[in-house]
Design a protein around this ligand. Sequence first.
Ligand code: AMP
Length: 297
Amino acid sequence: MLAVLFLIVFGKSIAAFAIVMLRGFPVRTALTVSASLAQIGEFSFILVALGVSLGMLPPEGRDLVLAGAILSITLNPLVFAAIEPIMGWIKARPALAARLERASADELVNAGAVEAGLKDHAIIVGYGRVGEVIGEQLKAQGLDFVVIEEDRRRLEELRRQGLNAIYGDAAAVGVLDAAGVANAKILIVAIPPGMLKRRIIELAREANPAIQTAVRTHRASELAYLKSQGVGFAIMGTREVALGLLGFALTSMGYSDKRAQAVVQEARLSGDGAAFDRELLEATPELREHKEPDGPT
Ligand code: AMP
């Protein structure tokens, strides 16, 4: 029974990991695909039933597959929970990480930003749907920024576009340094949920206690934590979508742009899961003045 379970959980996963890595995807993607395949389900029941009816499989085989399915499905959440610890283990071994990502150690920690002598620049961690919007606008404004991106394919694309991009997990030793964190003005953490935001902020502050921080977040609990850590600005993606829609609705209903923006900003800074912006809260008490129901202006 243990052998069957071992084959399902490890055999399938190792094969999936190897295939995904050979196709050139990042280690995290390969681990996620492996974890999702570390179980068997209904298709195996059809196959064993067919096998038994054709006399190709003894009835004990069916029992083993059934037990293997129940156990592997039960264990699957644990397999998923192991992804982050395995990633941490790999990242703590740069030689292994470089080999798996098929990159050279030099590429893994690139000293480009420091060599360029950048100062007072922004660092954008994660250049996906969120980070890219920020980077494009900074670029249009002629402001200096460095990207940290852990997806090697994405990184190559960014370098082709001429961006100053550092390869690696921003939470890994040396990566923020390579982005010139000690001389940077602001760190913008634009990565998805469940990633290592707290660690990234801690590391950045160790290297540069005066650095300003702005964080994309997805949970009210995380927002509360970031607030307690004195992060400058943090917002929840879903809430910002709602506020964008609210702003449009208010102007459609006759509010001036200025007044609609004031209402939106007040909503942004209040209530459950509110974004916070320390400087703005202190500097703009007038945001509170727009509560009186004196009709649209
Ligand atoms: P999106 O969710 O589309 O905004 O994409 C997020 C981006 O952040 C992806 O391109 C990821 O590869 C990248 N990313 C996620 N975690 C990290 C990290 N710890 N360090 C650097 N880049 C990251």
